[in-house]
Ligand binder design. Structure first.
Ligand SMILES: *[C@@H]1O[C@H](CO)[C@@H](O)[C@H](O)[C@H]1NC(C)=O
Ligand SMILES: *[C@@H]1O[C@H](CO)[C@@H](O)[C@H](O)[C@H]1NC(C)=O
Ligand SMILES: *[C@@H]1O[C@H](CO)[C@@H](O)[C@H](O)[C@H]1NC(C)=O
Ligand SMILES: *[C@@H]1O[C@H](CO)[C@@H](O)[C@H](O)[C@H]1NC(C)=O
Length: 277
């Protein structure tokens, strides 16, 4: 037996992949991560602050730099601007909504080089669509090749689809807003039953709170689980670790790409809050 085949016998493919992962994680633990988070008027608070909490806590042991990026730097409110959800009829004034506001540190023009870009959702991206505002999609398209990872939460996947970066990929989105998101883009395999979907450097999560589970999975992949698990214990959050766990595709009846998906989910998972009929 040659030395090479002996070596090959000792090192199975799994061993090699495992070793590569460990090496990548060791490098990531030492590097400075440049994280960008996009916001727009009407951003969904937990889409941003769910993942942000986990990144924030990990910025104790690891070097992470944050840029909050919007059309213009300055305060950006989660209150949805006045709009008509159907696009017809008079706009509805949502000024009565709560108004948590974040400070954008950068505009799309002056954002620094980024390693990871997080794109949240929220009703505000329907407003942007109605106004034909493509500034977010333009930014994603310009930056995509330089990014190590692009993450979307909830209807943030709509911006990815419109930017064209999901073409030929698998992705998921909020199950309650399914139809309005999946009509965007070309040749995208939308996964109807998924808490989150990983396709190469693009990770997309289901609605709002699902972003925290994706962030846990992503950061475990990026840094290894050691410190990430400590962080979850610190923030007292027990993430769902099965990407196929998705009772909400049943609640929202998202079954069109494969009826079997919903049947399977119905048997395996009882929705916690069945839809009122
Ligand atoms: C290595 O990372 C890939 C990509 O996240 C993952 O699918 C695979 O299970 C990992 N392999 C091992 C042995 O940890
Ligand atoms: C957006 O573009 C559509 C299609 O070109 C057009 O009909 C509509 O008037 C535009 N809306 C605004 C607010 O510019
Ligand atoms: C669609 O995406 C798949 C990968 O999922 C790729 O193999 C195929 O060539 C793409 N088709 C077109 C028309 O772009
Ligand atoms: C972190 O938690 C996950 C999920 O419970 C577990 O599979 C993994 O082994 C843990 N990692 C460490 C280093 O304990």
């Amino acid at each position: 037996m040659s030395r090479l085949s002996l070596l090959a016998g000792l090192l199975s493919l799994t061993h090699i992949i495992h070793a590569i992962n460990i090496t990548e994680q060791a490098i990531n633990q030492k590097r400075t991560l440049s994280l960008g988070v996009i916001v727009f008027p009407g951003w969904e608070p937990l889409d941003v602050f769910g993942p942000m909490e986990i990144f924030f806590s990990l910025s104790y042991p690891y070097k992470i730099r944050l840029s909050v990026i919007s059309k213009t730097a300055g305060p950006v409110s989660s209150t949805v601007p006045p709009f008509s959800i159907t696009g017809v009829g008079p706009p509805i004034d949502y000024g009565y909504l709560l108004n948590p506001t974040i400070m954008a540190s950068h505009s799309f023009e002056d954002a620094p080089p980024l390693d990871v870009l997080l794109v949240p959702g929220g009703f505000g991206n329907v407003v942007l669509e109605q106004r034909n505002d493509t500034s977010i999609e333009g930014f994603i398209r310009r930056r995509f090749d330089q990014l190590d990872y692009l993450l979307s939460v909830c209807t943030g996947a709509m911006s990815l689809a419109k930017a064209g970066v999901l073409n030929g990929r698998r992705a998921t989105t909020n199950k309650g807003a399914w139809g309005s998101v999946v009509r965007h883009g070309e040749n995208i395999t939308w996964v109807p039953t998924a808490r989150w979907v990983e396709d190469g450097k693009v990770w997309s999560s289901s609605g709002v709170a699902a972003g925290m589970d994706m962030a846990y999975a992503f950061l475990s992949h990026f840094y290894g689980t050691d410190r990430v698990n400590n962080t979850m214990n610190g923030i007292e959050y027990a993430p769902h670790t099965d990407p196929n766990w998705d009772p909400f595709s049943v609640v929202h009846k998202v079954c069109f790409s494969s009826p079997f998906d919903c049947m399977k989910t119905e048997k395996e998972i009882t929705p916690r809050f069945p839809a009122q009929t």
